[in-house]
Ligand binder design. Structure first.
Ligand SMILES: NC(=O)c1ccc[n+]([C@@H]2O[C@H](COP(=O)([O-])OP(=O)(O)OC[C@H]3O[C@@H](n4cnc5c(N)ncnc54)[C@H](O)[C@@H]3O)[C@@H](O)[C@H]2O)c1
Length: 271
């Protein structure tokens, strides 16, 4: 059901690791809607090779960048503008990684070197991306930047560990940078807070199936899929959402505002 929503727009998409990645679906949909873009991921992810399959499908070039490295980000924005032939209209930041979560370190037993990495990769990388883009004046007026978040930024999900802190910071950077970039260049910056989704990053969290099934039972619309998330990202990149900035937008089938559901009540009611 393509409508050329993004025809003529140029973008950079971070974080497509494999066909389950949310960024992968966003790239497929952006391509269908007429956008041109570059794909980027950390060198270690590129070695896995799957991204080349996506690049061929979307007629996109791949530029490696560790999102914590300013040098890599400068190269990414400079090369992307050369390849695409002008300033960037949209950026998807779809990056998350916690060595503490990966290695099973609980929130009260964090390794602080890992904690630093979690925050640098999952949150500060958004600031680095925005600051680099601003210095290079690489994003066009009314350009749109979307980063992906999770409701653990507002509420406690015990096994989400230090990623909760990273997501809180990510949402705060979105507001603070959104103010400055909006004033300077009318660039808008938002986070989309997505339902639990079966991806490599998602399934790395202990008890993911419990999270996933609970959220599905709580949400009046059920969990939002990666495909639906991609569609929402596209609307945020389009000209139909020009006045939306500095927001955390829940894309979760209603989970964030549901107190309890009949399904969950039934499980806890005495028979
Ligand atoms: N899956 C879920 O349940 C869920 C829910 C809400 C939000 N999110 C968020 O969505 C985003 C995308 O995750 P996903 O679920 O598609 O999983 P994913 O594992 O497919 O994507 C995570 C990406 O981050 C990349 N990355 C890690 N370190 C990097 C670095 N140093 N530089 C550049 N890239 C790096 C990985 O290579 C990978 O492509 C993340 O921000 C995640 O927290 C996921």
């Amino acid at each position: 059901m393509a409508t050329n929503l993004l025809k003529g727009k140029r973008g950079i998409i971070f974080g497509a690791l494999d066909p389950n990645s949310i960024a992968w679906k966003v790239a497929e949909r952006c391509h269908e809607e007429g956008a041109t873009f570059t794909l980027t991921n950390a060198p270690v992810a590129l070695r896995m090779g799957a991204i080349n399959e996506l690049a061929t499908k979307c007629n996109a070039q791949v530029i490696g960048a560790d999102a914590t490295s300013i040098e890599d980000l400068e190269n990414l924005f400079t090369k992307s503008q050369e390849i695409l032939g002008g300033k960037i209209d949209f950026v998807l930041h779809s990056i998350g990684m916690s060595p503490n979560v990966r290695k099973g370190r609980t929130y009260t037993d964090l390794d602080y070197d890992y904690y630093h990495k979690t925050v640098d990769i999952s949150a500060m990388s958004l600031h680095k991306t925005l600051q680099t883009a601003m210095r290079l004046d690489a994003i066009s007026e009314w350009g749109s930047v979307v980063a992906l978040s999770y409701i653990a930024a507002q509420r406690v999900f015990p096994d989400y560990g230090d990623m909760a802190d990273a997501k809180s910071l990510l949402e705060s950077i979105t507001r603070s940078f959104g103010y400055h970039y909006g004033k300077a260049k009318k660039v808008r910056i938002n986070t989309i807070s997505q339902s639990p989704t079966k991806t490599t990053a998602g399934q790395g969290v202990k008890g993911f199936d419990g999270f996933y099934n609970y959220a599905d039972a709580m949400s009046p619309l059920g969990n939002a899929s990666a495909e639906a998330c991609a569609d929402y990202c596209l609307t945020m990149f389009s000209d139909y959402t020009k006045m939306v900035t500095m927001q955390n937008l829940f894309h979760d089938g209603g989970f964030s505002f549901a107190g309890v559901s009949n399904e969950v009540m039934e499980k806890f009611s005495e028979q």
